[in-house]
Ligand binder design. Structure first.
Ligand SMILES: NC(=O)c1ccc[n+]([C@@H]2O[C@H](COP(=O)([O-])OP(=O)(O)OC[C@H]3O[C@@H](n4cnc5c(N)ncnc54)[C@H](OP(=O)(O)O)[C@@H]3O)[C@@H](O)[C@H]2O)c1
Length: 311
């Protein structure tokens, strides 16, 4: 049996060339862990931010480090005390850390769920982080009441697509920003007002907003305070300095996602049944992961980009 495996590694923080395919040692499952043979992994905005060293505090790393934060695959072996799964089970989940871009990954079994029938590995791999983060960020500032006005920035992205659907189901009036090419897609998810941010300033359309979900950050965050209703709040996933950028008397909250296996199980079942739309964007091969990470920075796509390890 071979003792090494493929992985996408960074040896030092840096630009596009800092992430590369390399051979590393195959891990073993520790106590409470399962060894997963990875079949697919989701590509996320956090990948290039980690690569560049922008999020060193949130993701302190021992370099070299394997990138990738979510996966789908098959249980290859059980570590001591692991009992939730059997060898051969199809599983999916977030790592709550890094390391998914490798052929084998040792994962705490509590983070994983069985991949439902009807959801293939490539689709499943792009679900765990975005679907769960969108759910918890939507509820982070408090319960959602029917009739609330919610503005979702980055609605065509991985988190945004789910958030539009969750907010609409909760009875909210949903405002959403997207580029012209993605306006129809976001409308099809149920958004009431889709604003093409390339030609229309969102603040000229969205006012009296109870909750802004800011999945873009930076200047978009800074312009969003003026659209809030009196007791409105902004929940941000992109600008970790949101507290420092919150004007006096306003409510701005930083959101950091965590694994939530029971919620993921429910959402994955909905996707398998077709009651929750999960948009797969581009599928790339293993060797293309470093380039796909860089494209997320320069040219974000509609829906999720997923690496299919069989390619
Ligand atoms: N804190 C956490 O726990 C956490 C968890 C997951 C993700 N994140 C972060 O949350 C953000 C969103 O993640 P994601 O996976 O959804 O990203 P994504 O799939 O790459 O989507 C980003 C979307 O932002 C849109 N966008 C770009 N500029 C915009 C603008 N000026 N106004 C409105 N929309 C704009 C793009 O839409 P168009 O294509 O239509 O231009 C793109 O679809 C990223 O910054 C990611 O790093 C944080």
């Amino acid at each position: 049996m071979t003792t090494t495996q493929r992985a996408v590694l960074i040896r030092a923080y840096g630009g596009a060339a800092a992430a590369a395919v390399a051979e590393i040692a195959k891990p073993a499952a520790g106590p409470g862990q399962v060894l997963v043979r990875v079949r697919a992994a989701g590509v996320n905005g956090i990948d290039w931010k980690v690569r560049e060293g922008f999020v060193r505090e949130a993701f302190p790393l021992q370099l070299p480090a394997v990138l990738g934060i979510e996966l789908a695959g098959v249980v290859e072996a059980l570590g001591p005390g692991a009992s939730r799964f059997r060898v051969g089970d199809r599983v999916m989940g977030p790592l709550g850390g890094l390391g998914a871009y490798a052929d084998f990954v040792a994962v705490d079994e509590a983070k994983l769920v069985r991949t439902p029938q009807g959801l293939d590995d490539v689709h499943a791999a792009g679900v765990p982080v975005a679907a769960v983060a969108a759910w918890h960020s939507l509820h982070h500032a408090g319960p959602i009441a029917a009739g609330q006005r919610i503005l979702i920035h980055g609605a065509a992205g991985g988190l945004g697509g789910y958030a539009v659907q969750y907010a609409k189901r909760a009875g909210a009036e949903v405002f959403a920003t997207a580029s012209a090419a993605h306006v129809e897609y976001v409308r099809s998810l149920g958004a009431d007002h889709v604003i093409d941010y390339q030609t229309v300033r969102f603040e000229s359309v969205a006012q009296g907003i109870d909750l802004v979900l800011d999945y873009v950050g930076g200047e978009v965050l800074d312009r969003s305070w003026q659209v809030l209703a009196k007791n409105g709040a902004i929940v941000g996933t992109s600008s970790p300095d949101i507290l420092a950028r919150t004007p006096a008397g306003r409510r701005g909250l930083w959101f950091m996602t965590k694994p939530d296996a029971p919620l993921l199980e429910r959402l994955a079942a909905e996707i398998a049944h077709g009651t929750l739309i999960s948009k797969l964007g581009e599928v790339v091969g293993f060797d293309d992961i470093p380039a796909a990470i860089e494209r997320n920075r320069t040219d974000p796509r509609i829906g999720k980009v997923v690496a299919d390890f069989s390619r």
